[in-house]
Write a protein that binds this ligand. Structure first.
Ligand SMILES: [Zn+2]
Ligand SMILES: [Zn+2]
Length: 350
């Protein structure tokens, strides 16, 4: 596989491999296949393996799922080489994505200590790449911020992450990681008319200066959200958008603007599940199928996409809509020769 190497906002050179692991290949499973059980949970986590031709592979964990047990179980079931994962990227501060960070770091630390001090190569420190604007708390208040119905589990703090062995890196701007092979976005511009953020009374807790208690405030947009993109030679962009609070059309528009490359694959939660968001399904599908040229080759809707949106995507994209969940391993093979014949995409304005 050949991927392009990304440097800053401009990509030059070549990478050679992209593997997304939400499950192992059968060849990598030792013992009987029936022993291998995975744990699905509400949230998102994907291990991204990228390789520039001639270089060593890089392992980047994009989100960690909602809690400590599912990620630990899946790492064990998949025989993930956790000691090689040198970066965890958190898409946004919601616990269904951040809930496994500390568990992952603990599993990694245990694995490294079991390998002993003389293990080579020496496992690199694990950077935890986070948006600097960590909320104190987030919750849901459909009847207004005075009546908070539910609070999300707390995200791990920067201090807890450091104590668990992570090297906290606070990044609010777009940047390239994994040897230049994975692009982590900055703030996603909100441009699309129907992607208006959260409707259901999402709230965030703010401390107030001089006041002991602080207060809950309506929060329509999750501005700390980031997507990841990998540019595969001969294929185009593979976009990871975990929860798409910003709107998947906004995400795709920004990725195309950043790279000027066609979209090969979209993986993640498209945030179209709840009844108040159903009106967004038709224009989203219309954007994929008619307003961007070429259309994405594959869309892998997961997490918060919702059944109705999946059906609509399948109707519009056919086999280009691939059901996905815990238990998948996706390999994207690049091709330099094919890349020479590729053209920049065209995207219609709203
Ligand atoms: Zn979220
Ligand atoms: Zn989510």
């Amino acid at each position: 596989m050949i991927l392009r190497r990304i440097r800053g906002r401009v990509h030059r050179g070549w990478i050679s491999k992209l593997i997304v692991v939400v499950c192992p290949s059968f060849e990598s499973i030792r013992g009987t296949v029936l022993d291998v059980l995975f744990s699905g949970a509400h949230g998102f986590s994907a291990l991204i393996e990228t390789q520039i031709e001639g270089d060593e592979p890089h392992y980047t964990l994009f989100d960690t799922g909602p809690e400590s047990k599912s990620i630990a179980r899946n790492i064990a079931a998949m025989h993930i080489p956790v000691e090689k994962i040198s970066r965890v990227v958190l898409s946004h501060w919601h616990s269904d994505h951040s809930g496994g960070i500390l568990s992952f770091l603990n599993v990694r630390r245990q694995k490294i200590s079991s390998l002993g001090p003389n293990h080579t190569p020496t496992p690199p420190p694990c950077v935890v790449d986070l948006h600097p604007d960590r909320p104190i708390a987030r919750g849901i208040a459909p009847n207004g911020p005075e009546k908070v119905m539910g609070q999300l589990n707390p995200d791990p703090t920067f201090e807890e992450i450091e104590e668990a062995g992570g090297v906290v890196e606070k990044r609010g701007e777009g940047h390239a990681v994994a040897g230049g092979g994975v692009w982590v976005s900055g703030e996603i511009p909100r441009l699309t008319w129907f992607e208006e953020g959260l409707h259901i009374g999402a709230v965030r807790f703010f401390e107030e200066e001089g006041e002991a208690k602080g207060k809950w405030v309506l929060e329509q947009h999750i501005m700390d959200e980031r997507y990841a993109a990998i540019d595969v030679a001969g294929k185009g962009l593979v976009i990871f958008s975990s929860c798409s609070h910003a709107g998947i059309v906004n995400v795709v528009r920004d990725a195309i603007k950043t790279f000027n490359r066609p979209v090969h694959m979209i993986i993640g939660g498209l945030h179209l599940a709840s009844s108040d968001l159903l009106y967004r399904i038709a224009p989203t599908v219309e954007f994929f199928s008619t307003k961007m040229r070429p259309s994405p080759t594959y869309v892998l809707p997961m997490h918060c996409t919702g059944f109705t949106a999946k059906v609509a995507l399948e109707k519009a994209l056919g086999e280009g809509c691939v059901p996905a969940s815990t238990g998948m391993r996706i390999e994207v093979v690049g091709d330099r020769e094919v890349d020479k014949g590729m053209f920049p995409p065209v995207v219609e304005d709203d």
